[in-house]
Design a protein around this ligand. Structure first.
Ligand code: A2P
Length: 273
């Protein structure tokens, strides 16, 4: 099966979760979440700005899987960071999800005011409304500033990472501080061309797996929490079926060589949303 990683506060997080960015609210999300949980996923990653928290909650309820067995992450949106309303925004997310706690609450981007939001998230953790708190899209300099002003080390930093943009230096830095890394766009994102990269095909063929499964396996073996997104039940199942093969050092190196050093997504040092 899929292993857990122990976060720096002792909380366990399943290393593979379903991402629901760009998964439309309503039946598509309900079904994706329900299918994932029926397949064995125990980790769902959403955000206020994905506008599908209600459907995530509905999918969880429809799955019949007990709430405490599922690791649920959501994120504080930038407008709420800037407005200093982290606690209110958190309650709104809980209400949409129909849950009475979340497992991990993240500051979605290092928007102006994130320092105050970090204080507010610490209060939520003290009040036991969340089991762990962290950040997303924080660069090394953001993490350094956070660590210099706070005794609480973020449990996780969720960042863009895929074979095309491995982001390895940031991963190494975070890991050296006890901060777990979660990868978004782990398969290269919507509309990307990673999965048809000819360097993945022979590795996939050798293991009798798909390129997506090989990429997910690469993330797992480098100690990263991986959040593949799919709205197709068959792919959701396929993406979870990655525990029965191992990439050797040569294969890992071949996948590392795909890195362009160029991100597909927004730049955390220069975003305008
Ligand atoms: P879809 O949702 O239509 O299945 P990322 O996780 O990097 O954001 O990438 C998700 C993209 O990869 C989506 O476009 C998703 O499309 C597609 N995808 C997810 N799983 C697979 C898979 N097993 N095989 C091929 N494409 C996949």
């Amino acid at each position: 099966g899929i292993d857990n990683i122990t976060l720096n506060n002792g909380v366990q997080i399943p290393q593979l979760g379903l991402g629901v960015f760009q998964t439309p609210s309503g039946e598509v999300t309900v079904e994706a979440v329900r299918e994932a949980l029926k397949t064995g996923y125990r980790h769902i990653d959403t955000a206020m700005i994905y506008h599908n928290e209600e459907s995530v909650g509905e999918g969880i309820r429809q799955s019949g899987v007990a709430r405490e067995e599922i690791f649920v992450t959501t994120k504080l949106w930038n407008d709420d960071v800037r407005a200093g309303r982290a606690k209110e925004a958190f309650e709104e997310s809980l209400k949409r999800l129909g849950l009475d706690y979340v497992d991990l609450y993240l500051i979605h981007w290092p928007a102006d005011g994130w320092e105050k939001a970090w204080e507010q998230l610490q209060e939520l953790a003290k009040e036991k409304r969340v089991r762990a708190i962290g950040v997303s899209n924080f660069q090394q300099h953001h993490l350094e500033r956070l660590l210099s002003m706070s005794d609480v080390v973020p449990a996780a930093d969720q960042i863009e990472s895929s074979p095309q943009f491995a982001n390895q230096e940031l991963i190494d830095f975070a890991h050296s501080k006890g901060i777990a890394i979660e990868a978004w766009s782990p398969l290269g994102g919507t509309g990307g061309n990673l999965l048809s990269d000819p360097r993945l095909a022979p590795i996939a063929e050798h293991h009798g797996k798909s390129a997506a499964q090989v990429v997910i396996r690469w993330h797992l073996q480098r100690g990263v929490i991986v959040l593949p997104k799919s709205t197709h039940a068959e792919r959701i199942r396929q993406n979870f079926d990655v525990a029965d093969f191992t990439l050797d050092d040569q294969e890992m190196a071949a996948i590392n060589a795909i890195d362009t050093g160029k991100r597909n997504g927004a730049d955390p040092d220069n975003f305008n949303f």
